[in-house]
Design a protein around this ligand. Structure first.
Ligand SMILES: C[S@@+](CC[C@H](N)C(=O)[O-])C[C@H]1O[C@@H](n2cnc3c(N)ncnc32)[C@H](O)[C@@H]1O
Length: 259
């Protein structure tokens, strides 16, 4: 159990208090000695300790100066751990393939996923502790928002398990979830087609799919032509985008998706 942080510092910070959950997170990413792992919000090192033991190169990012000092003392003799004193919103993400393992600050969930799941991201796999309700929303069969569908079309987002509030210190008001993320093998060359397909479907959720796209292509993608566009899971749209993509010119990706 971590020692209690000073008053003021603890607002919204819930430390992981059950080592078995840290083990589960690290194992779910199948991290090996050659991997690069980014940890966001390393706190007092409850997860960092398990990441360091894999032999992977670990970048432990933490904003709070007090925690940075503790992390540096704790992991200063581990050549594979680098403690980075920074706000995660300001740092460049690794350019080479990386894993992300973190008990993230809940208030930054969307910001962090937006950063690692869009643009030229080199994210390969992630295991995250996030708020239960947030995990349910983004792992829905048909996500409610276009941005979430864009994430789910290119990455497998799996709600692995519910993690009770008692596993954190202090316990948050709501339960958490272990969210596992794996990159699909989706070609960059088809991304423009995918964005066009998804944004069309999300603009016309009640329209039968055949009013928006070619019937035969829909069938090849496993989509019933009469199905309302708003009920089709993102993975089906990726099949359609792959099918339609070659040999056509597609509109450029919007800036918020490209960068
Ligand atoms: C939920 S705690 C997790 C701490 C530790 N990883 C654990 O599991 O016990 C989130 C951590 O993120 C840090 N944090 C909050 N906002 C941050 C930001 N913008 N950039 C980097 N770290 C941040 C907090 O200081 C805190 O240590």
């Amino acid at each position: 159990m971590p020692s209690a942080p000073r008053a003021g510092r603890s607002a919204g910070v819930h430390f992981l208090a059950t080592p078995a959950i840290a083990t589960q997170l690290v194992q779910s990413c199948a991290i090996g000695g050659d991997d690069l792992v980014l940890e966001i919000g390393a706190g007092q090192g409850a997860l960092t300790r398990h990441l360091a033991a894999t032999g992977a190169r670990v970048l432990a990012v933490e904003r709070d100066e007090h925690f940075v000092r503790r992390l540096t003392t704790r992991f200063g003799d581990r050549p594979n751990v680098r403690v980075v004193h920074a706000d995660v919103r300001d740092i460049p993400l690794p350019r080479r393939r990386f894993h992300l393992v973190a008990n993230i600050p809940y208030a930054l969930s969307t910001t962090i996923l937006r950063r690692v799941l869009t643009g030229h991201t080199a994210l390969h796999r992630a295991a995250l502790l996030v708020e239960w309700g947030f995990a349910k929303r983004i792992c829905a069969t048909v996500p409610g928002r276009l941005e979430q569908a864009w994430w789910a079309a290119r990455f497998d987002l799996e709600l692995v398990s519910r993690i009770g509030a008692r596993h954190f210190s202090p316990p948050p008001r709501v339960d958490s979830a272990l969210l596992a993320i794996r990159r699909y093998d989706f070609p960059r060359s088809a991304e423009r087609a995918l964005w066009t397909v998804l944004s069309t479907a999300y603009r016309h959720p009640t329209a039968p799919a055949h009013l928006l796209f070619d019937r035969r292509a829909l069938r090849r993608a496993g989509i019933r032509p009469a199905e309302p566009a708003g009920t089709v899971p993102p993975q089906r749209w990726t099949h359609l985008a792959r099918d339609l993509s070659p040999g056509r010119t597609w509109p450029a990706l919007p800036k918020q998706i490209r960068d």
